[in-house]
Each structure stands twice: as C-alpha cells, then as structure tokens.
Design a protein around this ligand. Structure first.
Ligand code: MG
Length: 174
C-alpha cells in the first residue's frame, strides 16, 4: 500500500542511472580508461578516444536524468567528434544534471579488460573521475576485472565498462 502522502507526479530528490559500453581492441591504438592513459600494446577502436569507462559513466548520468544517451549528445556521424576527449562527454552530462538541479552523490564503475591490469592506475582513474564529477574519491568506486580467458573480453578482443551513478537534488529545478 502506498503512503497517503505519495504523489507520483512529484520529482524525487534521488535518481539512479546505469551505463554500459564496449569497444573493440586493436594493436597500436592508445588505451584510455577513466581519462587516464594506460601503457598498452593495444587500445580501443572508437570515433572518440574510445574511453569505454567514461562513456558508461556519461550514459549513467544521462540515464538517471532519463535524457537519452551520449550517442544523441555526441553523434559518431559528426566529424567534429572524431578523436574527442571523452572527459568532455562526461562534463556535458554533468552540466545537464546541474541544469536540472542535480549533483552526483556517488559513482561505481566496473571495467572488464583482460590485459594490461589496471591496478597501478586505479588511484589516478578514481582521482580523474572524482574531478570530473565534482566529488571526492571516497565516492568513486572502481573495480577492474578480467574475462578469465574466455569470450570477447578474455580473448583480448574488447574492453567493457559498466557504471552506476546516484544523483541527488542540490537545488530546485531551474
Ligand atoms: Mg563508447
């Protein structure tokens, strides 16, 4: 039973969003994860810089706002977006949240990559993401997983990222 005060037309102070992304890996390309350059013999194929973690993160923010996805914000048919620094994509999503009166409460990311291991860059990635979201790193979760040698991740053919974000209302909608 709903409480008597429940009003489903009323906006809520919290909104949750989920984002996921996958990029094919190819030798000789740069590898960027969470805005951090990773020393690697292979990197992600993509119209932008191919940063799957930041793409998942931006989609999670847009998902929380129910405002579509980054493909609509930054179409890959647009030549201006070629080689785009994905930090700009996250900044655009954060700005949209801000315009709606929301800030990021916390974010949690999982990146699946067979190799190289991301442990050495974990702190730098959390720092970078915290900076983009305007939150301290104790509110940025980051886990790196392998694909156990099987499937597109395990065979080193792709990198996959997932992100969940919680938005909280910081001021009334403008
Ligand atoms: Mg992508």
């Amino acid at each position: 039973m709903q409480p008597a005060s429940d009003d489903r037309t009323q906006d809520r102070p919290l909104r949750i969003g989920l984002g996921t992304d996958l990029h094919r890996l190819e030798e000789g390309r740069p590898l960027r994860v969470g805005g951090v350059e990773i020393p690697s013999p292979w990197g992600a194929v993509g119209h932008s810089d191919g940063d799957a973690a930041l793409h998942a993160l931006a989609d999670a923010i847009l998902g929380a706002l129910a405002e579509g996805d980054i493909g609509e914000l930054f179409p890959d048919t647009d030549r201006e977006n070629a080689g785009l620094d994905s930090r700009r994509i996250v900044e655009a999503a954060v700005a949209r949240a801000g315009a709606r009166g929301y800030g990021v409460a916390n974010a949690d990311l999982v990146v699946e990559l067979e190799s190289p291991r991301l442990l050495a860059q974990r702190a730098a990635i959390r720092e970078q993401i915290g900076g983009l979201l305007g939150i301290t790193i104790d509110r940025v979760g980051f886990q790196a997983k392998t694909g156990e040698g099987i499937g597109e991740i395990g065979e080193g053919r792709a990198i996959r990222a997932q992100a969940v974000v919680l938005l909280e209302r910081v001021r009334p909608e403008s």
